[in-house]
Design a protein around this ligand. Structure first.
Ligand code: GDP
Ligand code: ADP
Length: 215
């Protein structure tokens, strides 16, 4: 289930990267590592109705809110996108990304494929990246090794994963997270390539255009 929020300008100067993956593929670990080596990137903190896991903190991994608070945010039009994933609701608020993109900062969204496809409608220049695990067996091993979810929750996530990876073909890039360092290098390359791309859809002009008096 997924819902489309009020449209907004698609031409902010900041780059928007959207990373999706089936649970356990390594998305959070990869994005965390990417943020450590790329100070121009900021991650958007989503709102969720899911309960916090052991080490998670309100305002760090997520803004943890009640179902009633989430409903109120939907009613106020606070979300660019939101979706129901594994029985909980998750959303990207306007506050989390709009000002930063407007100010020319680069933002990463770690969201599910439904949210990613909604974001592409609102921001056609958003770069959609899908992370795949090397095999189903390895995906399940990683979910168990992480040790955060019950076997029932892991079983549900493995079922959902089959449906999620079928959506990878709608994304701009696919990164296979077999060897962590290789996948991280691939992500870095994608982020960098987007920064080098000049698109007429975007408001920002490379500074050198003025220096060379190019129109
Ligand atoms: N559409 C949408 N999905 C989100 C958002 N935030 C997180 N998700 C996705 O919700 C799913 C479940 O996330 P989580 O409970 O943290 O589990 P994990 O992926 O196993 O770490 C993942 O696919 C997340 O990418 C959001 O703001 N919007
Ligand atoms: N390339 C990799 N090889 C082995 N284990 C990995 C790799 N990438 C991530 N992991 C581990 O797999 C588990 C799931 O990773 P996580 O980043 O939490 O996944 P996601 O955010 O996609 O649900 C974690 O224990 C993480 O340390």
């Amino acid at each position: 289930m997924s819902h489309f929020a009020t449209p907004s300008p698609a031409d902010y100067p900041g780059n928007l990267y959207v990373v999706a993956a089936p649970s356990g593929a390594g998305k959070s670990s990869l994005v965390k590592a990417l943020l450590e080596i790329d100070t121009r990137l900021m991650v958007s903190i989503s709102h969720t109705t899911r309960a916090p896991r052991g080490q998670e903190e309100h305002g760090r991994e997520y803004w943890f809110v009640s179902k009633a608070e989430f409903d109120a945010m939907i009613a106020r039009g606070d979300f660019f996108e939101w979706a129901e994933v594994h029985g909980n609701r998750y959303g990207t608020s306007r506050d989390a990304i709009e000002q930063r993109l407007h100010d020319g900062q680069d933002v990463v969204l770690e969201i599910d494929f439904q949210g990613a496809l909604q974001i592409k409608e609102l921001f056609p220049s958003a770069v959609l990246i899908f992370i795949l695990p090397p095999s189903w067996e390895e995906l399940q091993r990683r979910l168990f090794r992480r040790g955060e979810d019950t076997p029932e929750v892991i079983a549900q996530r493995m079922v959902n994963a089959r449906h999620e990876v079928a959506q990878a073909r709608h994304f701009d890039y696919i990164v296979v997270n077999a060897l962590f360092e290789t996948a991280l290098f691939d992500l870095k390359t994608i982020v960098h390539a987007q920064r080098l791309k000049y698109s007429t859809q975007r408001l920002s002009r490379p500074a050198v255009f003025d220096a060379l008096q190019l129109s």
